[in-house]
Design a protein around this ligand. Structure first.
Ligand code: SF4
Length: 210
């Protein structure tokens, strides 16, 4: 039987099957076979720091003991191209790592994803809720159309124009409790995308669709 080695420290689920290396991107539900260098880079990202957002020094010197600078550069370029195609974007850590080692041109470092927390409320009260029913330890509230437009305008102005596809996520709480802003935002982003001939995908965290 083949030995399967799992590593849960990485922000992506990584595993090795004999001399094949894999990354599972949970955000995209995509399984990638990668080189051993990319596998090692991914495993250099401690999960707890990815979740807390704490700054940490990427251990380039350790990798340089195993790989040449040229090999590392190629691996980071490959990671960058994964990012360009919407993969391995978990918490944006790969971009941060890449920027720590090789600075990117400003237009390539720009975001292609927009997350809008449009509802600080939820119709559910899950006991395990990380967001305290959408309130995030604050008060209930809904994003206004004006605020949504300001956020979208800022994102659109700074978005990475070389991106093949943009990501828009409506988040909460329960985003469908704020249908006014949801419908406004979709209509407004549609019009902006038409201007640049862009494509985008929508993610909606919801329980209220029936
Ligand atoms: S935001 Fe999600 S996890 Fe939290 S109470 Fe609502 S449905 Fe449950």
């Amino acid at each position: 039987m083949k030995e399967l080695l799992l590593n849960l420290r990485s922000p992506f689920l990584t595993f090795q099957l004999e001399d094949h290396y894999f990354l599972f991107d949970g955000g995209r539900a995509v399984l990638l076979e990668v080189t051993s260098i990319i596998y090692d880079i991914a495993n250099s990202l401690p999960l707890y720091q990815v979740q807390s957002g704490d700054h940490f020094e990427f251990p380039t010197h350790q990798l340089l003991q195993k790989y040449t600078e040229e090999e590392l550069n190629t691996a980071f370029q490959e990671l960058h191209s994964f990012n360009q195609n919407g993969l391995l974007k978990y918490k944006g850590r790969i971009y941060e790592v890449y920027n720590q080692v090789y600075s990117l041109p400003e237009d390539q470092a720009a975001p292609s994803a927009l997350w809008l927390n449009i509802s600080h409320d939820c119709n559910m009260r899950c006991t395990y809720c990380y967001a305290e029913g959408g309130e995030y330890h604050h008060t209930k509230g809904m994003m206004s159309v004006e605020t949504a437009k300001t956020c979208i305008d800022y994102w659109f102005e700074h978005a990475n124009r070389s991106s093949e596809r943009y990501d828009v996520t409506f988040f909460g709480g329960e985003p469908l409790l704020n249908q006014e802003v949801l419908f406004f935002a979709v209509d407004y982003i549609n019009r902006l995308m038409k201007q640049i001939g862009g494509k985008y995908s929508i993610r909606l965290q919801q329980t209220e669709l029936y």
